[in-house]
Design a protein around this ligand. Structure first.
Ligand SMILES: [Zn+2]
Length: 390
């Protein structure tokens, strides 16, 4: 509600205002009369000098300011004031943090996201570099160099191609200041197929992409695997823990029966979510053991905790870690361990990788197409993105 002011009151208010103005003007006139003419001239000269002084000072302060910022660019790497730009090879640039265009285009640090990169011969891979920079920057500001082009080459855009098996480093540096650089160790691996099975640097591979032939049949656990597992159970037992074989070797023909039974009962699409197709089961390698009870409850036991901490000391890795589901195609299986030898197991553990990443075959798992013996009547559309292998 607006309150109406009576007209008389409005008039009175205006009168008071006029009176105030009059008083102010009168005071100013009196003030001028108090100064002599030379005094007024001096005041005017002082005001002019003041204005000129400010005008001269402004450009000087800008120069000082710029000089300070230039100092920041060259000496304070990784300070909070710098913005972070993540550039991925392939001309894709993502900017995180705030970017100050006025500071110019200066890269102050390069950090690789990968501390290890494996690539197969004749295949190419991308690595990811994070740039700390003032302003914007992209791949055009970087230059790439391989320490040994007979092992791996690198393109102008930073794409690495494996030439022959071996190790080298890829150096990336800033074009305008090569002292700002970083290095990524690269391993080029050799893939060979022997009797329908795939070996990468001598390691037999059985996963969602690479399968074993029907004739690959070690007949049981390999001697090395069995001995390593036995030693592990003895040491665990000394700490009051009970590790035992829940399931180990499975032949191709056994897997055919298992998989076909599941397909008959559930349809191939659902069967694929929890059962490996014949040839694709890592159990057929004779280097795999499912420890104790094959269910999620095992993950909560003291045995599972001990296994995760110590299995690498005996040459085992957990094939399907929780954070690698999109690479392996299998859900986390704390019970499923694969023998790869002590040195390799320790290295994989320290690098925080799964076997696929370590071997340079961490291509995202592509869901299966229909199996060779499709039973369309029993097919179901039910499907998930996680896969369990028993
Ligand atoms: Zn298993």
């Amino acid at each position: 509600m607006e309150e109406k002011i009576p007209e008389q009151q409005i008039e009175a208010t205006e009168e008071f205002a006029e009176e105030d103005n009059l008083e102010t003007v009168t005071e100013e006139i009196n003030l001028f009369h108090q100064f002599s003419k030379p005094g007024i001239v001096i005041i005017i000269i002082y005001i002019v000098l003041l204005i000129v002084g400010i005008a001269v000072r402004l450009p000087f302060s800008k120069v000082i300011h710029d000089a300070k910022e230039a100092g920041n660019n060259s000496s304070t790497i990784g300070e909070d004031s710098s913005s972070s730009i993540e550039a991925t090879i392939g001309n894709e640039v993502k900017i995180s943090g705030t970017s100050d265009e006025n500071k110019g285009n200066v890269i102050v640090a390069l950090n690789p996201e990968e501390t290890f990169l494996a690539v197969l011969e004749n295949e190419s891979r991308k690595i990811h570099i994070t740039m700390s920079t003032y302003g914007t920057a992209d791949n055009n500001d970087l230059q790439w160099e391989s320490s040994d082009t007979s092992i791996a080459t690198v393109s102008e855009t930073g794409e690495i191609t494996g030439v022959s098996a071996g190790k080298c480093t890829i150096k990336v540096s800033v074009k305008t200041d090569s002292t700002i650089s970083t290095e990524v160790p690269v391993v080029v691996r050799h893939l060979e197929e022997i009797d329908g099975c795939t070996y990468i640097d001598g390691i037999l591979v059985a996963n969602k992409v690479y399968s074993l032939s029907e004739s690959y049949d070690p007949g049981g656990l390999t001697d090395e695997t069995a001995e390593a597992f036995y030693q592990m159970t003895v040491d665990a037992s000394n700490e009051g823990l009970n590790l035992y074989v829940g399931s180990d070797y499975r032949s191709y023909s056994e897997q055919v029966e298992i998989y076909n039974d599941y397909c008959t009962s559930y349809g191939w699409e659902l069967a694929d979510t929890f059962s490996a197709r014949p040839g694709f089961s890592e159990h057929q390698t004779g280097m795999v053991i499912d420890c104790n009870t094959i269910d999620d409850a095992f993950g909560e036991t003291a045995e599972a905790e001990w296994l995760a901490l110590h299995c690498a000391e005996y040459g085992f890795i957990i094939s399907y870690p929780a954070d690698k589901v999109d690479i392996t195609g299998y859900q986390y299986e704390p019970w499923h361990i694969r023998y790869v030898g002590v040195d390799i197991a320790k290295e994989i553990n320290e690098l925080g990788l799964c076997l696929e990443e370590y071997l340079g075959i961490d291509l995202k798992y592509k869901k299966y197409e229909k199996p060779w013996e499709e039973d369309s009547e029993l097919s179901t559309t039910q499907s998930t993105d996680e896969y369990t292998e028993y």
